[in-house]
Ligand binder design. Sequence first.
Ligand SMILES: Nc1ncnc2c1ncn2[C@@H]1O[C@H](COP(=O)(O)OP(=O)(O)OP(=O)(O)O)[C@@H](O)[C@H]1O
Ligand SMILES: [Mg+2]
Length: 324
Amino acid sequence: MIKFYDISQWQEKPHFQTGGTRDKVIVENPEDGNLYYFKTSLKRANDEYKHEFWSEIIASDIGRELGFNTLHYDVVINKNKIGCLSKSMVDANRNKLSEIINYLRGYDSNYNPNDKSSYCKYTFRFIEQALRSYNMEGEMRHIVTTIIFDSLIGNGDRHQENWGFIIPNSHGGNGEEHTELVVNAVKCVFAPIYDSGSCLGRELLDEKIEKMLGDDQMLYAYINRDRCEIRWDSAKKISHFDLIEQIMEQPNYRQTVEDEIARIERVFNAEKIAKIINGIDQHLPENLTQYGLPGNRKQLIKKIVSLRFDKLTELKCKDCKTYT
Ligand SMILES: Nc1ncnc2c1ncn2[C@@H]1O[C@H](COP(=O)(O)OP(=O)(O)OP(=O)(O)O)[C@@H](O)[C@H]1O
Ligand SMILES: [Mg+2]
């Protein structure tokens, strides 16, 4: 269940550096002494995705409802900023988060995601080759599952630093990243799914929401424009569904994808999903209701999830026709 906190009095940890593009800070909860990550919605020069933090919270809650291991986010106010809060996935005394980029760069030292010439390298195969080089190909099932989760919410931002593994603090890596990953390959655990908030129409302006609700063609076109950050081959980005279809065609992944889609079909309950979305902001105190998620956005998010679920499950049927 999503809770509301006022964290204005929690102590900020300014010396911690986090990656990422949103306004964020690490804070210590005075009650339990644990560290938490607070982040706001994305602000760009011309765009303000003011409802984006709700997409993070809804995505995580829907994910849990459907049996994915998503990181839990609550809604919080921090002085004059509204945003979402997650408890640290790691305990600095014991372990740390090593994001996928470390494995990719450990495998291919020329890979640099900030360099345009590297964009096209970020493919499913590249991730597979990198993990295999660490004898971690067994972890690919988590990669597949996360892509399927993203297909349901339309998250277009699963870049190299938005997923990873929790590894023990190394004894023997001498601080050298590659050695540390090798030493810990057998002890790593795929991290809970985090930073999934670039989804569920968070970038749509208010006027567009109304239009889309009244125009199914416009909504379908929007969903069909979906692009997954992870490519199949280097040429161009494709939709999550096209990527999943490609993965499904690989004999060693077909069963994993089919089982996962079948599992989601079994647990998907439109009423429960609607309840999550409708009630997401119910704990906001009265003086902060201006930050609530407007009813028409909730309406659109419900439609998006439902249409995306249909598209995902159609893939399985398509596959049945092809293979049986
Ligand atoms: N709960 C958490 N536990 C541990 N580390 C976290 C947690 N939340 C965030 N981080 C770290 O902080 C980084 C930035 O957080 P996050 O990805 O949520 O922010 P962002 O600004 O949305 O990122 P992006 O630039 O990918 O859009 C993450 O890549 C991760 O390393
Ligand atoms: Mg991030």
